[in-house]
Design a protein around this ligand. Structure first.
Ligand SMILES: Nc1ncnc2c1ncn2[C@@H]1O[C@H](COP(=O)(O)OP(=O)(O)OP(=O)(O)O)[C@@H](O)[C@H]1O
Length: 259
């Protein structure tokens, strides 16, 4: 087993289905998410990768007509985060999300990172300063921004903005981080630095990542789940999925015969 492998679960989807109105976008999905590992969701366009990822922090709650069925369990407390009694805001404190396009708030670098802490009621300046610096270090951005913390976050480069968004998530000390194609808007150099960062982050946090780039999945992830038309067809250690997939469909996709 490689460094990132762990037998412990951080989360899992169990017989999970999702509906946009009458349209069933996910069908009885089972997906283990191992603690301190990187799990990649791959599959052809429209197979449901983003829909599944967004379910993990109840993003679909924001639109009427959307419906979850089944279970998404978070460990160690085994709470079903889809339970109507569970507050989605509380879920999003434990499970952060980084989007495809960097989306810093129109605020200073400092305030972007301090945001989640302020929302939680943190008022002590020294605590805020410390957490902001720590999160910027963890996101490998501190040395680039330490002398301009009051500048607008939106004035950073694309790759820096993405690391700022990662720092914003990390400041709240999430247990699980969701990445939705986090490098698709970035150039190859910024992409490499984000990939490097994601790999380092798994020491602190569990990671679930959607990528349309198979090479990226092969490079960064410990586990890969192959999805097709709303189903998880196969999931396992990345090396196995890419060299000895059990399913013919997975093999055809991996070898580029379709998709
Ligand atoms: N808001 C929505 N309302 C209705 N259907 C939707 C909505 N968003 C997505 N879908 C449908 O759900 C299915 C899954 O879409 P999703 O975006 O999750 O796929 P994906 O694998 O992430 O695709 P891509 O790689 O192209 O981003 C598709 O058939 C899509 O058309």
């Amino acid at each position: 087993m490689s460094m990132g492998m762990s037998a412990r679960l951080k989360a899992e989807a169990e017989r999970f289905s999702f509906y946009y109105g009458d349209f069933r976008a996910l069908k009885d999905v089972n997906l283990p998410v191992h603690e301190h590992c990187i799990t990649a969701l791959i599959g052809p366009s429209g197979c449901g990768k983003s829909t599944l990822l967004r379910s993990f922090n109840r993003m679909h709650d924001l639109y009427p007509g959307n419906r979850y069925e089944g279970v998404i369990r978070l460990y160690p407390d085994r709470v079903n985060i889809l339970d109507a009694r569970v507050d989605p805001i509380a879920v999003r404190m434990r499970i952060g999300m980084v989007f495809q396009k960097p989306n810093p708030f129109p605020k200073s670098i400092y305030e972007n990172v301090a945001y989640g802490l302020r929302v939680r009621g943190e008022k002590q300046q020294n605590v805020l300063d410390e957490r902001v610096e720590e999160a910027l270090h963890e996101a490998a951005l501190w040395y680039e921004v330490k002398d301009k913390l009051q500048s607008p976050g939106t004035e950073l480069s694309g790759g820096q903005q993405q690391r700022l968004c990662i720092a914003r998530c990390l400041a709240s000390k999430p247990e699980l981080l969701l990445f939705d194609e986090p490098t698709s808007a970035l150039d190859p150099i910024a992409t490499a630095s984000i990939e490097d960062l994601i790999q380092k982050l798994r020491a602190k946090v569990t990671i679930l990542i959607v990528t349309h780039n198979m090479q990226q999945a092969a490079r960064v992830s410990d586990y890969t789940a192959y999805m097709y038309i709303g189903e998880v067809i196969e999931v396992g250690p990345t090396t196995k999925i890419f060299t000895r997939p059990a399913n013919k469909h997975t093999e055809d996709y991996i070898t580029g015969r379709f998709g």
